[in-house]
Design a protein around this ligand. Structure first.
Ligand code: SF4
Length: 228
């Protein structure tokens, strides 16, 4: 059977072994596989470092992300960055951040099941290219869609836990509160900080801890990342 133009583009995105090419092809594809394409400004693939040991996965782009084409750059993203910096992790340098869906849902609603299912083929390939040691699932939507073997859960029970799942045989998983939830309920910052300290300890024990960020926030030249 001959592939049409769309199938060929889709096939290229999902078979490339180059992260940069995957990202470029997906952005340029102008994907219309689900209805979320109708309201987007642009496809938002990520923010951060694709060679990192740590991957963060949220729900979907918001207004700022849609405008800037980068994941987690609004108020919630800024809060997340501050909290991670407290444990010595610069999210742009030391993590790769992505979302369940790559186009902004209307009114920032959660993605519907069909939208998530359709778009996650890209996320799954993205994860296979990054090969993170640990995936941090930000909020219930990321947990629900990426780990369907977890049924009926409460975020208060799951947040802070490390676990493995059949869907990710080679990667450790951890659930964290979504930073937007911390903006809504600031009391959750206390347990979030405790969870991040546990994360830091785990990274340290496994020798996955990145080098300390430079004090003024600028990047130091020649940073080497932990051996994969
Ligand atoms: S959300 Fe994903 S599947 Fe839907 S249009 Fe955007 S890139 Fe395509």
């Amino acid at each position: 059977m001959q592939l049409d133009f769309f199938d060929t583009t889709h096939n290229t995105i999902l078979t490339t072994q180059s992260y940069d090419r995957f990202k470029r092809e997906l952005i340029e594809s102008n994907c219309t596989r689900c209805d979320l394409h109708k309201g987007r400004t642009q496809i938002v693939v990520d923010r951060g470092n694709s060679k990192s040991n740590i991957m963060l996965i949220g729900e979907g782009p918001g207004e700022n992300e849609d405008k800037q084409g980068k994941a987690f750059v609004g108020r919630a993203g800024q809060l997340m960055d501050e909290l991670f910096l407290e444990i010595g992790i610069d999210t742009s340098r030391d993590t790769l951040i992505a979302n369940i869906v790559k186009c902004r849902p209307p009114e920032n609603r959660a993605p519907h099941q069909e939208e998530a299912k359709t778009c996650m083929v890209f996320l799954k390939h993205q994860i296979s290219l990054v090969r993170p040691k640990i995936i941090l699932l930000l909020g219930a939507t990321a947990l629900k869609y990426l780990v369907p073997s977890k049924t009926k859960f409460s975020m208060n029970d799951e947040a802070g836990k490390f676990f493995t799942a059949p869907e990710f045989s080679e990667t450790l998983l951890m659930v964290l509160y979504h930073p937007a939830y911390l903006l809504y309920d600031a009391r959750k910052k206390t347990p979030m900080r405790e969870h991040l300290l546990s994360l830091r300890e785990l990274l340290k024990q496994n020798d996955w801890l990145p080098p300390p960020p430079v004090a003024n926030g600028s990047r130091s030249a020649g940073i080497s990342f932990p051996t994969r």
